[in-house]
Design a protein. Structure first.
Length: 184
């Protein structure tokens, strides 16, 4: 394959860096871009720019004519490709957040307190609230279900379940028997 940039053209452009760089870029940018794309670089256009930014300040010191220049340009392209692959292997993959696949749960202070109590003590506390509130607390805190799951089970809206839970927890906090129980 013959170089689009000949030794004579290189010699004629010496000393005129703007024209020399333009000629080098036009001669090799397409091939460098193709090489980087074929090698699986994720952003070959950006890496091609990096290659020519590295080549530009060294154009005057390159020996070997057009063949030497071509070798140098592709040596830089290869080095940038290796750098990109190393960077990709060290960088974790980024995935969009998918709430339906997130299994983490954060427990509330009430849930942790209920978990520490013996079952008989939990039953005594639950007797302090109404039937619907007891059902909500049992399904939410003891069974660990979501508001939506409890709403489906009880045939109520999610807002109604939240309201029942809020009222039940307020009742338990305000009840003097609970305060005495907690303080003893």
């Amino acid at each position: 394959m013959t170089d689009a940039l000949t030794d004579e053209a290189l010699h004629a452009l010496r000393g005129n860096n703007a024209q020399l760089f333009s000629a080098v870029y036009q001669a090799y940018a397409g091939a460098v871009l193709g090489y980087l794309t074929a090698k699986g670089v994720t952003d070959p256009e950006a890496v091609t720019q990096d290659v020519f930014l590295a080549v530009l300040p060294r154009l005057d010191g390159i020996s070997g004519g057009a063949a030497g220049l071509r070798t140098f340009v592709f040596s830089v392209a290869h080095a940038r490709m290796v750098d990109e692959h190393r960077k990709q292997s060290r960088t974790p993959e980024h995935h969009e957040f998918e709430p339906e696949r997130d299994t983490r749960e954060s427990s509330s202070a009430e849930a942790e307190a209920m978990g520490l109590l013996a079952p008989r003590e939990v039953r005594k506390l639950l007797d302090l609230v109404g039937e619907d509130q007891r059902e909500v607390l049992t399904l939410r805190i003891v069974a660990g279900l979501t508001v939506e799951q409890v709403a489906s089970i009880m045939g109520k809206s999610a807002g109604a379940v939240k309201q029942l839970q809020r009222r039940a927890l307020l009742t338990l906090r305000e009840d003097s028997a609970v305060k005495e129980y907690v303080s003893s």
